[in-house]
Ligand binder design. Structure first.
Ligand SMILES: Cc1cc2nc3c(=O)[nH]c(=O)nc-3n(C[C@H](O)[C@H](O)[C@H](O)COP(=O)(O)OP(=O)(O)OC[C@H]3O[C@@H](n4cnc5c(N)ncnc54)[C@H](O)[C@@H]3O)c2cc1C
Length: 382
């Protein structure tokens, strides 16, 4: 790490130790309290502006530093990592790439200051992995757009100031063509949110959203009309890189908890870590986490070079999310009853980890996209 990166990470650690000590993380998880109140402080530390170029009001740093911050956030408290990614890996990336001058001028300062954030409202009941099957439609109406439809599993929608919402504007009933992106303020009349109970990620609430005659102005269109799908694809590597880095940090946390337990817990007159079955399991966990981190760093390097990295971003997301799933599962086995207890940090990591192998692009679908890049055709894919 450079001296500057060391300094940034030290300030992140200080901030997390003060605002999210372990007892506070457990309290928020049990009470389902999202960490939105931490955003302005993260903004003041310059974390959101790190990799935004200076002419756009940012600090002009690199993605490698963002990835280090994401790893540290994921290791300490995934709830902080997840909201960080919503700003950096999704909101800033999308608005910078596709926002009009007016949208960039309005949103970028707010996003970088941590004063507001955007949620992605893509998924619909019939359109999960097959995202191009969305039916929500926007039609021109009195100088603006009128949106009708339904979105589901939209995370952090209630705390977000805007939804970035793909809707059909073309004549096509399905498929990637004729979809446009809209920037919809969550306070717009006609938008009704219902919270969805779920297994984990308690501090990232998810919502079903009904849209009934939701009127937005003409300039709510984000990017070019009809090009919403290619627009989303063009910035996907930022959100995949973000998830890969933060879940690598979470896997490191699970490994550390398991290692400490294996060194302390005694059975049959010795620490359980001295049993080869446990020691080898911990070694495998160490190797998987290191492998994942190396892939995350390689991807960050490609992003900083402006090199094509679609395949690497998909690979990093798959490797890191499957590492966390397996490391958290092995961690539960090593902690046994101590991990199954409600107050254990391992059970939270284990519950939360189950989402990432299918959230933000199921790993099966990502493997299909890698297969296509390798020149293999896979059935059933557009
Ligand atoms: C907690 C949570 C938060 C979320 N947050 C958001 C959000 O903020 N915004 C948003 O828009 N969406 C969000 N989602 C939705 C998420 O992106 C979808 O769950 C995901 O895309 C998978 O869709 P699905 O759940 O409908 O599964 P399905 O698409 O029904 O898939 C079911 C299974 O079939 C497999 N499968 C599907 N197609 C293929 C294929 N071609 N080949 C092989 N296997 C296949 C999948 O991999 C999966 O294993 C969230 C979901 C959850 C659970």
């Amino acid at each position: 790490m450079t001296p500057e990166q060391t300094q940034i990470l030290a300030s992140v650690e200080t901030f997390l130790a003060r605002r999210l000590p372990p007892a506070e993380i457990r309290r928020r998880d049990a009470a389902h309290v999202p960490p939105y109140d931490l955003l302005p402080e993260m903004g003041a530390l310059g974390l959101f502006a790190l990799a935004v170029p200076v002419p756009e009001g940012g600090l002009g740093g690199d993605w490698a530093t963002v990835a280090l911050v994401q790893d540290a956030l994921g290791r300490h408290a995934y709830m902080a990592a997840s909201i960080f990614n919503r700003v950096v890996g999704f909101g800033l990336a999308t608005i910078r790439a596709h926002g009009s001058a007016a949208q960039r001028a309005e949103l970028l300062p707010l996003l970088m200051a941590g004063e507001a954030f955007c949620a992605l409202a893509l998924t619909e009941p019939q359109a999960g992995s097959d995202a191009a099957a969305i039916r929500t439609r926007a039609v021109r109406h009195e100088g603006g757009w009128r949106i009708n439809g339904r979105k589901t599993w939209i995370s952090d929608a209630e705390g977000a100031r805007w939804l970035i919402l793909p809707a059909r504007t073309g004549p096509e009933p399905a498929g990637a063509r004729g979809i446009s992106l809209f920037l919809v303020p969550t306070a717009t009349p006609g938008l009704a949110m219902t919270r969805l109970p779920k297994v984990g990620n308690n501090c990232m609430p998810s919502f079903d959203i009904g849209l009934q005659d939701v009127d937005v102005p003409e300039d709510a269109l984000l990017g070019e009309e009809g090009r919403g799908f290619p627009h989303m694809m063009s910035t996907l590597h930022f959100s995949r890189a973000s998830m890969a880095a933060t879940v690598t940090g979470a896997a490191e946390a699970a490994l550390r908890i398991a290692l400490a337990h294996a060194q302390e817990r005694e059975q049959f007159g010795q620490p359980i870590g001295r049993f080869q079955a446990i020691a080898h399991r911990l070694v495998d966990m160490r190797m998987r986490v290191d492998q994942s981190r190396l892939m995350v760093r390689h991807l960050a390097q490609l992003i900083d070079q402006g090199a094509p990295c679609r395949r690497e971003a998909a690979q990093a997301k798959i490797i890191a999310t499957e590492t966390l799933r397996d490391v958290a599962d092995a961690g539960m086995q090593i902690l046994a009853s101590a991990g199954y207890a409600a107050e254990s940090d391992m059970q939270r990591l284990w519950r939360d980890s189950r989402l990432y192998t299918f959230g933000e692009g199921a790993n099966e679908v990502l493997r299909d996209s890698i297969a296509r890049e390798m020149g293999l055709t896979t059935r059933g894919m557009a």
